[in-house]
Design a protein around this ligand. Structure first.
Ligand SMILES: NC(=O)c1ccc[n+]([C@@H]2O[C@H](COP(=O)([O-])OP(=O)(O)OC[C@H]3O[C@@H](n4cnc5c(N)ncnc54)[C@H](O)[C@@H]3O)[C@@H](O)[C@H]2O)c1
Ligand SMILES: [Zn+2]
Length: 394
């Protein structure tokens, strides 16, 4: 056997800014200059239709920015608009539309794709860009709290296929991720709240001080105030990127996925509720299940679990949904199928991340279904008490 080691080095660049496309903002120019191009590269911009609708000046701003920086890049055509939200990942024809736009604009491997949008549009366009010409450099401009702090700063992309989430996709390190906080201002409240939960998640598995900071910021976060949101999104993004860069498995070849604390139940709950429950809302509930489960199995102390549940609820998230106890065809809650589906997605041995204390994670390879059901029953009882408390206040 002939074996040669191929070493690849990637830079994973994350920038935080406001109004990246304001002509006076040097951020995009500086990024493109890092590559020392011999002539201005061509850039094709794709955008989420709801971001364009909520930011009516954006198209003109992009054109003005390109005019102001013509020595650094050349717009390869009009902004390509794509339908925002999960539905764009369910229509493979949109991948072909992206390829066609890239082809018609004559992009090559010296060009760039920029994509502005929520996590769904980023996943779609980055997949198309990473497969066109075997990979065109792409820069992501996430526009939701969730994608700026979590999904959008990663190295994965893809679309849904065979009725399964993210079945087709690739790992591709983006040229850069530009977190433009101004985009968060046009987000509906529900979407603004969603990203906070991934910040809590990453704090629980990695950074106790950050968890305590979120607790201190809770009143501002509950009101969805912009400075508090920016702070937690930024720290969440830093921790996610740090995990990818230093966690030892950026392309997820192992069976563990530590950033997916609370996600085995969350993914299944999203599916059970036909995505009526958003990803962030489902993660709040999925983490609650795993926290109460951990108390029942002696991994975590009751006071810590209650402390996290109180924080999550004070931020406007529920910790129970009736879909959790919905029965499947084989009897027993269908949510439990989520464990096997979680294992299948990564392959290999089931590996679920739990939290034995704030700021530390623990991997387990089995979970007792009876205890999971007991945990969900407890959350159900807690939620009815919570409703009574709330009603009592009115
Ligand atoms: N690639 C990864 O590593 C990774 C990780 C986590 C999640 N994801 C994916 O991310 C997707 C979820 O992303 P999301 O939470 O950002 O939601 P989303 O992309 O579905 O966006 C939510 C809604 O907000 C709209 N929107 C986005 N930005 C807006 C803005 N600034 N103003 C007004 N409206 C705006 C969108 O059009 C959409 O309707 C899922 O498909 C999930 O699978 C990917
Ligand atoms: Zn998530």
């Amino acid at each position: 056997m002939l074996e040669k080691k191929i070493r690849l080095e990637h830079s994973h660049r994350i920038l935080f800014t406001r109004q990246a496309f304001a002509p006076a903002n040097p951020c995009i120019r500086d990024l493109l200059l890092l590559d020392s191009p011999k002539k201005p590269p061509r850039v094709l911009v794709f955008a989420d239709d709801q971001v364009l609708a909520a930011n009516p000046g954006l198209r003109e701003s992009i054109r003005a920015h390109a005019r102001a920086h013509a020595e650094v890049y050349d717009l390869a055509g009009d902004v390509v608009e794509l339908p925002g939200g999960e539905s764009c990942k369910n229509d493979f024809a949109l991948v072909e539309d992206c390829w066609e736009a890239i082809h018609e604009a004559g992009l090559d491997r010296h060009s760039y794709v920029f994509v502005i949008g929520g996590g769904a549009v980023l996943d779609l366009v980055c997949f198309a860009a990473s497969t066109a010409h075997r990979g065109i450099r792409h820069a992501r401009f996430p526009t939701t709290t969730l994608s700026q702090g979590d999904g959008g700063v990663g190295v994965k992309n893809g679309v849904n296929f065979f009725g399964k989430k993210n079945w087709v996709g690739s790992f591709a390190v983006p040229y850069a991720v530009v977190n433009d906080f101004a985009f968060l201002e046009s987000l509906p409240a529900r979407e603004r709240r969603n990203g906070i939960i991934e910040a809590i998640k990453v704090s629980l598995i990695r950074d106790r001080a950050f968890f305590e900071e979120i607790e201190r910021l809770a009143p501002e976060l509950a009101r969805l105030e912009q400075p508090a949101l920016e702070r937690v999104v930024q720290r969440s993004a830093e921790l996610h990127v740090d995990h990818i860069a230093t966690g030892g498995d950026p392309f997820e070849l192992g069976s563990a996925r530590p950033l997916d604390f609370g996600h085995w139940a969350a993914h299944k709950l999203e599916q059970i509720t036909r995505f009526e429950v958003t990803h962030g809302e489902a993660v709040a509930i999925g983490m609650a299940v795993d926290l109460v489960y951990s108390v029942k199995t002696g991994l975590l102390d009751e006071a810590t679990a209650q402390r996290v549940l109180r924080l999550v609820e004070s931020l406007g998230f529920h910790t129970y949904h009736h879909g959790l106890l919905a029965e499947g065809q084989r009897g027993g809650p269908v949510i439990l199928d989520g464990l096997e589906e979680f294992r299948e997605h990564l392959g290999g041995e089931l590996t679920v991340t739990l939290v034995p204390e704030v700021g530390r994670k623990l991997e387990v390879h089995e979970m007792d279904p009876c205890v999971i059901v007991a945990a969900m029953e407890e959350l159900k009882a807690r939620s009815s008490k919570f409703e009574i408390r709330n009603t009592g206040l009115r």
